[in-house]
Ligand binder design. Structure first.
Ligand code: SF4
Ligand code: URA
Length: 195
């Protein structure tokens, strides 16, 4: 089976999933979107209101900021793959629980195995904590480790992890926008080195 076929099958499975209580609360599951051949994968937290309405990741205000940051480094959504740790919207946009992350994260693991990105960019602390642990690093405070590069060895080669602030955080704390911009320019350089 090729990448495309594997991902389509997985997306269907996610859309029909009821492994945790969020499954019965959603309008649409949000498996992820973008290029299956991308070298870079962004991992957010969970869908919000608009993502749940449309079935697509990062289509609300945080998504608009993400689009801007991408375009400032010459990338569009079609060049990258964007998903979340949890694929259905938690009520009132609360943080996903440990149980929900546990139930849903195998889908993210499968997406990583299929896409085999060279760089993973966790957005915000939940995603950072999950990805760092998955690749054998201890998670630190996002304020300390954002923009830093962690190199892991996997069965399919080297993978680089660069956690950054969640774009939604920068909507509420404008000084974080500049931090995000700086981290995106680091990412551009990293992609230049890795690709
Ligand atoms: Fe399934 Fe994940 Fe949705 Fe829970 S959040 S129902 S585990 S797809
Ligand atoms: N925030 C997230 O973490 N993910 C989305 O898809 C949208 C907002």
């Amino acid at each position: 089976m090729g990448k495309e076929e594997k991902m389509k099958k997985l997306e269907e499975k996610i859309r029909a999933c009821r492994k945790c209580p969020l499954g019965s609360l959603r309008t649409n599951a949000v498996p992820g979107a973008g290029s299956y051949d991308s070298k870079v994968m962004f991992v957010g937290e969970a869908p919000g209101y608009w993502e749940d309405q449309k079935g697509l990741p990062f289509v609300g205000r945080a998504g608009k900021l993400l689009d801007e940051l991408l375009s400032e480094i010459g990338l569009s959504r079609e060049d990258v793959y964007i998903t979340n740790i949890v694929k259905c919207r938690p009520p009132e946009n609360r943080d996903p629980t440990e149980e929900e992350i546990k139930a849903c994260s195998p889908y993210l693991d499968m997406q990583i195995d299929i896409i085999r990105p060279k760089v993973i960019v966790p957005l915000g602390r939940h995603s950072m904590a999950y990805i760092m642990k998955k690749f054998g690093f201890s998670p630190g405070p996002i304020s300390k480790i954002h923009g830093r590069v962690f190199e892991a060895r996997t069965l399919f080669g080297k993978i680089v992890i660069m956690p950054i602030y969640h774009p939604a955080a920068a909507l509420y704390r404008p000084p974080l926008r500049e931090e995000l911009r700086r981290d995106f320019s680091r990412l551009r350089k990293l992609l230049g080195d890795c690709l």
